[in-house]
Design a protein. Structure first.
Length: 160
């Protein structure tokens, strides 16, 4: 069942493909923390249209995903995508599903405010849940950044 909170933190990735699963690994870690306020934290797996309803019922979404780019593995970037074309080109193995979902949300005029944390990975491992050292070290920093942004987003919705 989907909660109706204002803010969703959604980790995307394949848990069984090493570093590519950094988004879901981070979401699972966040689920164990006492996060203040009404924040839904979801392991979104490999994305796709089955996540559409999560985007429809939340006004603000923090996405966490791996990306293949030229940055050092473990590099964390915050992107504020407004359109599908704003997502990084090589967003791991589920790029097409997320882009298609964003296009669908735009067509339905149900696009939430999206904040995307991407973590640079070196490659997509074919099997295994183990993370490389660079990604393991990045997760605590990523958690801190996600919580900081979540707190800022919740404060910005408080009515005086």
């Amino acid at each position: 069942m989907i909660k109706m909170s204002e803010l969703l933190i959604l980790g995307i990735g394949n848990y069984l493909m090493g570093d590519e699963g950094v988004g879901v690994q981070t979401a699972l870690a966040l689920q164990k923390l006492p996060i203040a306020g009404t924040i839904d934290v979801v392991d979104g797996g490999t994305g796709g249209f089955h996540l559409l309803e999560f985007f429809e019922v939340h006004k603000k979404v923090i996405l966490i995903d791996a990306t293949l780019d030229d940055n050092e593995p473990g590099t964390i970037r915050l992107i504020k995508p407004r359109f599908a074309k704003d997502f990084p080109r090589a967003m791991s193995t589920h790029d097409i599903g997320l882009r298609d979902m964003v296009n669908a949300l735009q067509l339905m005029d149900k696009m939430p405010d999206i904040y995307l944390f991407v973590v640079s990975i070196e490659s997509i491992q074919q099997q295994g849940i183990e993370l490389t050292e660079a990604i393991e070290k990045a997760i605590p920093v990523l958690i801190e950044k996600v919580i900081e942004l979540a707190n800022q987003l919740q404060e910005s919705t408080v009515l005086v």
